[in-house]
Write a protein that binds this ligand. Sequence first.
Ligand code: CA
Length: 241
Amino acid sequence: MGHGVRPTAYRRPVASEKGLALVVEDERSIADLIRLYLERDGFDVRVEGDGRAGLAAARAAHPAVIVLDVRLPELDGMQMCRALRDDGDWTPVLFVTARDDEIDRVHGLELGADDYVTKPFSPRELVARVGAILRRSGRDEDADSVLRTGVVRLDPGQRRVWVGVAEVELTTTEFDLLAHLMRRPGRVFERDELLSQVWGYESAVGSRTVDVHVAQLRGKLGADSPIRTVRGVGYSVRKGT
Ligand code: CA
């Protein structure tokens, strides 16, 4: 999200090679070390010391990547990441954790955490991980790459969908809804989110519309439909192949 797209006000006279990396870390010495290595690697770096300031910076400056400590004052790293995801902002995040057991919590929340390092980490390794998640997310954002879940295959460029070898005819809305869900397997979308992100509606009025379209989609995809109902919340496409 927002790679390289920054408001003019944030652009420096000499553009950095790799864009802005936002580092949210309350331990000054660690933040300084990360800044040093990321700058050396060609990033502009902005450091914030708590989750609330980090969230505001992410929303205002649209970084290319966020290096996010889990334990932070105000909002912790997971809460900050959740708030961004709720905005529909899927900026790649590298989590920095203090303990291995925090990793399970990060993954359990399905925040789209792209990777993590555990303290103490080598700064070189952190820079390598940041480079790797940017390469991966660049691929993910390729609008023409084919999406697959189980036997369901969706080609965004051609706007065609197959179940196994059989092509399925979808309406424009059904296609957009399925593509939206398949782009983030495992992520649970609330009806209101889908209305605003797929239909472009501002209000929650008519969230029944989502249920109707999901039912139609399931009817067309048959037993192989990857769409899962999360009771009381919304819909998700199951992870994995
Ligand atoms: Ca911390």
